[in-house]
Structures are given as C-alpha cells and as structure tokens.
Design a protein around this ligand. Sequence first.
Ligand code: UD1
Ligand code: UDP
Length: 384
Amino acid sequence: MNKIRILSIFGTRPEAIKMCPLVLELRKREQIEPLVCVTGQHREMLDQVLEAFAVRPDFDLDIMKQQQTLTDVTSRAMQGLEQVFAGQKPDMVLVHGDTTTAFAAALAAFYAKLPVGHVEAGLRSFDKYSPYPEEMNRKLISSLADIHFAPTEANAENLRREGVEKNVFITGNTAIDALKYTVDKEYSFTEPALRDIDFSRKLVVLTAHRRENYGAPMENIMDAVRRVARAHRDALFVYPVHLSPYVQETARRLLGSEENIRLVPPLGVIDMHNLMARAYMVMTDSGGLQEEAPALGKPVLVLRSETERPEAVAAGTVKVVGVTTADIVQNAELLLAGGEGYRAMARAVNPYGDGEACGRIADDLLYYFGRSGSPAPDFGKTHK
Ligand code: UD1
Ligand code: UDP
C-alpha cells in the first residue's frame, strides 16, 4: 500500500516549535511519508527552531523581507506553494494555528484541491481585530480545513458553534509535547547573554511583539515594565526581543538603559523554555507562552486586552491585564510582592495538553485515511 504523503507547512518560530515535534512523530509512522515545506516568513527565528529539533525542510520558499506586509507574506507564500504542490502532489497539507503562512498555505491547498489538516484549531478571541490578523486567519482556515485538531474541548466547542462538526479531534496542544523535549533541570544556557544570570534574583521573563500592540499599547507595556523594574531592584527582567524592527526600536529606546532589564537576542527554544522554567513570573503578549508557562508552574500576566486561551485563566495561573500602564504596573507589583496572591497563581496546570498531542494527531490522520479502525481517544477524556 502506498504511503500517505503529508506535507507540513510552516513559516514562523511558534509554528515551528509546535510542528517540529509532530514532524518527528510522523516520521515514526510507517504508513506516512512526512514532507516539510517552510515558507521562511521568519528567517533567523525559524532557523533557530529547525536546528534545535534537527528538522531539515524539504522545501524552503525563503520569502521573508524586512518589514514585510501581510500582503507580501500571503502572496509570496501562495506563489511558492503552488509550485511545490504541483511537483509533490501530497495527500494532505498540514498547517498550524493562525499565522499568515498558515492561512496562505490553507488557501493555496484549497486552490490545488488538496485536503487540509489544521493543527491547533478552534481558538477564538471573538474579536476580528485582536489578535490581528490571527483571529481572522484561524477562522478562515477552519472554513478551508478538512480535519481539525483542537487542543481542548472548549476549542472543539467553538468550531461546533460555527457549524464545523465533522473530523474534529481533541488532541491537546503540541506545545506541551515540545516542552518535554526541551526542559532539563541540569541545563546550561547556550546564549552568552544568559550565562551570568543571577538566579537568586526574581527573574521576570518578558516578551512583547504583537502587531495589534504596535504604537501606544507597546509603549505602555514598556513604560510599565520600566516603572516596575525601577521599583524592584531585587528583580531581574529578561526580554528576548523579537527581530521586528518596530519592536527592536521601541524596546531599545524605552528599556535599553535600565540596570535590571536585560534585552537579549531571540533565544533558541531550548534556552527559552529552560529560562521560563527558572523564572519567578512571565509577562507576555505571546500566545505560546500562555500555554507553556502554566505547564511550568509560572504565573503569567497577559499584556493584551483579550485571550483566545481562556483555560489557564479559568485555572487561575494566567491573568489578562490589558495594555494600560497603570493596570500592568498594579498587577506586576501584586505578584512581585509574593505571598498568597503569588502562590495561588504559581501552580503547574496543564489544560492545554499532556505531552501526547503529536501521537494523537498521527493516529487521527491514519484513521482519517482509513488506515486504522479508530481515532485516538480525545485529550481530556482519558488523560487528565
Ligand atoms: C508573526 C505572526 C504572528 C506570530 C509571530 C511570532 C503573522 C501575520 N504574524 O508575526 O502571528 O505571533 O510571527 O513571532 O503571521 N524578522 C526578522 N527575522 C526573523 C523574523 C522576523 O528580521 O527571523 C523581522 C522582519 O523584518 C519581518 C518582521 O520581523 O518583516 C515581522 O515579521 P512577520 O512574520 O511579518 O510578523 P511577526 O510580528 O513576526
Ligand atoms: N520563544 C523562543 N525564543 C524567544 C521567545 C520565544 O523560543 O526568544 C518561543 C516561546 O517559548 C514559544 C514561542 O517562541 O514557544 C512563542 O513565539 P512568539 O511569542 O514569537 O509567538 P506567538 O506564540 O505569540 O504566536
């Protein structure tokens, strides 16, 4: 019997972190021939992840431009993918999450009449412009996809409410699978800027990069961090700064000369996960960090006005604090004060997965293609 040719397509750092463990899992399945195409929507930040997981793409469209627009990414990715699809004729295309690479790949696959599998399906903020453009990307991908891998039951419910009921599987999030691969108690950091960190200080890991925060919200976030850092000289803030020229400029201007704020280059994923594992708390507008930090028992302040990941908020380890300076300062101060408020949030919870999502996705794919009698049991039903 022919092998099922599954072409995974991704282009940015977070997609790579969550798709590489799946590619490694697909390679273990005899009935599957896994192929990888990266768009290169990110360059350095993508390559760091490919290297960490030792995944060598079969195709690299290398589309990134400095200060690229959404149209640049969409059109360049679609044009490159059209050629790859024509040459390779995969049985299915897998995309991840909500980036513009993921949307462009799903649309290009539809144009080529190729089935689409959507990993990390069903997340919703219910606000078209926040996160922007991710909320619309993921909704459009749900319309284009043929099989949907929802991390949680709530994500599957969001799909059902939109009339997407067929081929929805609840798998957990592959981010938690990635953590199993990366976090190590004995780890030594490879990034020189991390080697002399004094872990007896309260370590606050900070990230901020979202497009909808460009402008006043980003300035507020950085102003708030600066104020909190000045009031807490015992704490050390480590901010791996995204390579977006806007983010680089703003971070350097507002945070670049503070004694206890360290701006460091984007970290390799193994450094990053181990840094978070040693942190006191996390402040972020990232999606992925909202999944990883709770699993590591680290309180998270979300520097956004909404989240599409309400599960850890309900569990009490994540708080959405918005993007005004006063709110961010107040909430950061509360956590840095320690005590019961901090302890209540610093608990390891895993609403997003048990580290077995990739195995479930592979099993569900085999079931979809009629190569096995049943899909994997849903995450949350057999594993708590
Ligand atoms: C993208 C995703 C966002 C995701 C984020 C993860 C879209 C629309 N946005 O946003 O959902 O949260 O990635 O980080 O898909 N750059 C480099 N080198 C790199 C990466 C970026 O120089 O390795 C610079 C380039 O100037 C590039 C700019 O950053 O033009 C912005 O990158 P882009 O992928 O367009 O947007 P992100 O904000 O990274
Ligand atoms: N990350 C990383 N190095 C960094 C910052 C983040 O490896 O310097 C990881 C992080 O642990 C998570 C992912 O990148 O797995 C999140 O990516 P990002 O914040 O860029 O995007 P988002 O999750 O918001 O889409």
